[in-house]
Design a protein around this ligand. Structure first.
Ligand code: THU
Length: 140
């Protein structure tokens, strides 16, 4: 799976964005270690704080199917889905990804003109908070 292919999957997923309040549509495609892709979109709610971001939709779909090992996530977004600028994962999504993904996990951002930017999760959430090594057994 190339970065461009993963961005394309995120762009497809953005079609399902439910964003009647912000009109900011986001799509994500999460690549698992075994090569499977889990997609997600943002899902808004009239009680705004209930809104779920595209990245967490994809992550929670995968985890709810027993998948915990991931390579990369592609994210696209924009007002009415224009993908004019890179759409970065919010802080909550960075933290959610950190629960399951290591520092070298790749975050791939795409935009409409075809430009792709790649970050590691460590770059986006330096010195992140985790209790994983302390509280959990290695096999979880
Ligand atoms: N959003 C995402 O889906 N992912 C992010 O990382 C940032 C924000 C969504 C939430 C809301 O539906 C819209 O973008 C505007 O904040």
């Amino acid at each position: 799976m190339t970065d461009q292919e993963l961005v394309d999957r995120a762009t497809e997923a953005m079609k399902y964005s439910y964003s009647p309040y912000s009109h900011f549509r986001v799509g994500a495609a999460l690549l698992a270690a075994d090569g499977c892709v889990y997609t997600g979109c943002n899902i808004e709610n009239s009680s705004f704080s209930v809104t779920n971001c595209a990245e967490r939709t994809a992550l929670f779909k995968a985890v709810s199917e027993g998948v915990h090992d991931f390579q990369a996530i592609a994210v696209v977004g924009g007002t009415d889905g224009d993908r004019k600028d890179f759409s970065y994962p919010c802080g909550v999504c960075r933290q959610a990804l950190t629960e399951f993904c290591g520092p070298d996990f790749r975050v791939i951002l795409g935009k409409a003109d075809g430009e792709i930017r790649v970050h590691t999760l460590e770059e986006l959430l330096t010195g992140s908070f985790t209790l994983r090594e302390v509280l959990l057994h290695e096999d979880v």
